[in-house]
Design a protein around this ligand. Structure first.
Ligand code: ADP
Ligand code: MG
Length: 283
C-alpha cells in the first residue's frame, strides 16, 4: 500500500473473503457488499494459506474481467500444493530433495526406503510456517509419524533429510524473473526448521549464480511473477524447498535493507496490461 502510494498510485485493500461474484452472465463481476468492484488496473493477491480455494476464485474472477493479477490464480494454486509443485519442478529438471508420496499404507516402508532411509522429513502437503514438518530420526519413528498423519486423513509426503543445510535455508525474492533480494534463515538452536515463525533469524546473504538461476527457474516453472523461493544448500547443489506465492516482505526488507515492495509496484507499472494474463482465468 505504502510503496504504491509513494509511487503515485491509488491503492485499496479489499478483504477478498467479503467479496461475492456474479459468474452466470457474459459480464463477470465482483461485489463487496453492494459496491461493484470495477475499473481496477491490477490486483495484488495476498491469500492466506487456509483460504486458497475461495481466494484463488476471486483472483480468477478478476482475471476473467481482464484485470491483471500480480500472480495468476492457477500459479497460486500450483504453488500451494507441495506435491504438485515438486512434480512440476522435477519435470523441468530443477534440483529437489528426493521426495516420495503414496496413498496405500502398505507402501510406507517403501516410501522410507526411496528417501534413503532414516532420518527422513515427513510433511503435510498443505502445511505452512513449519507446522506439519517433522524430522523422523529413525525408521520406526518415520513409520509412526506417517501412520499418525494417515489416521487423521492428511496427505503427506516423505523427503530426504538435507542434513548438511544445518537448519538453514535461503529465501530468494523473485520479481519479474530476477532475484531482487536474498536472505539466509537459520533455525534456532536445536531446530532443523528455519521458519522465522519458529524462531529462526534472518541475515543478508550473497547467493551463487547457480542458486540465483535455480530460484528464477523455480518461479518461472510455477508461473509466478512474484515468489519467495526457498532453497537449501545440499551436497548435490541447491535444492528447492518450496515456492511461496504470497511472500512476506517485512523480514526480507529488514534483513537486506531493500525496498522490495517498490520493486513489485514498478513491475506492475511496466507489466500490468489489461487482459495480459497467460490463462485469463481459464486454467
Ligand atoms: P513450510 O511450508 O511449513 O514452511 P517447508 O517445506 O518449507 O514447510 O519446511 C520448513 C522448514 O523445514 C524448511 O524451511 C527447512 O528449514 C526445513 N526442512 C524442510 N524439509 C527439509 C528437508 N528435506 N531437509 C532439511 N530441512 C528441511
Ligand atoms: Mg517453508
Amino acid at each position: 500500500m505504502e510503496a504504491g502510494e509513494e509511487l503515485g498510485h491509488e491503492m485499496r485493500v479489499i478483504d477478498y473473503l467479503k467479496c461475492h461474484m456474479n459468474i452466470a452472465t457474459h459480464r463477470p463481476s465482483i461485489y463487496l457488499g453492494d459496491e461493484e468492484l470495477k475499473d481496477y488496473d491490477a490486483v495484488i493477491p495476498r491469500i492466506g494459506a487456509s483460504h486458497t480455494f475461495f481466494g484463488t476464485a476471486v483472483v480468477r474472477q478478476f482475471e476473467m474481467m481482464g484485470v491483471f493479477p500480480l500472480n495468476e490464480s492457477v500459479a497460486i494454486s500450483r504453488s500451494r500444493d507441495k506435491l504438485r509443485s515438486v512434480q512440476l519442478l522435477a519435470r523441468k529438471g530443477v534440483g529437489l530433495p528426493v521426495t516420495s508420496f503414496a496413498h496405500d499404507p502398505k507402501a510406507t516402508q517403501h516410501l522410507i526406503k526411496t528417501c534413503g532411509g532414516a532420518p527422513i522429513v515427513v510433511k503435510l502437503l498443505e502445511g505452512t510456517q513449519g507446522v506439519g514438518v517433522v524430522l523422523a530420526e529413525t525408521a520406526k519413528a518415520a513409520e509412526s509419524v506417517i501412520e499418525a498423519f494417515r489416521g487423521l486423513n492428511a496427505n503427506i509426503m516423505a523427503q530426504e533429510f538435507i542434513k548438511e543445510a544445518g537448519g538453514a535455508d535461503i529465501r530468494c525474492l523473485v520479481v519479474g524473473g530476477k532475484v531482487v533480494a536474498a536472505m539466509k534463515r537459520q533455525g534456532k538452536e536445536g531446530e532443523f526448521r528455519s521458519n522465522l515463525h519458529r524462531g529462526g533469524s534472518a541475515t543478508v546473504i550473497k547467493i551463487t549464480p547457480e542458486e540465483r538461476s535455480t530460484a528464477v527457474r523455480a518461479a518461472g516453472v510455477m508461473g509466478l511473477n512474484v515468489a519467495g523461493v526457498d532453497l537449501l544448500r545440499s551436497n548435490h547443489g541447491p535444492v528447492i524447498m518450496e515456492v511461496n506465492s504470497s511472500p512476506g516482505l517485512e523480514g526480507i526488507e529488514t534483513a537486506t535493507n531493500k525496498n522490495v515492495a517498490a520493486t513489485i509496484i514498478k513491475f506492475l507499472e511496466t507489466d500490468a496490461k489489461e487482459g495480459k494474463t497467460k490463462t485469463r482465468g481459464k486454467g
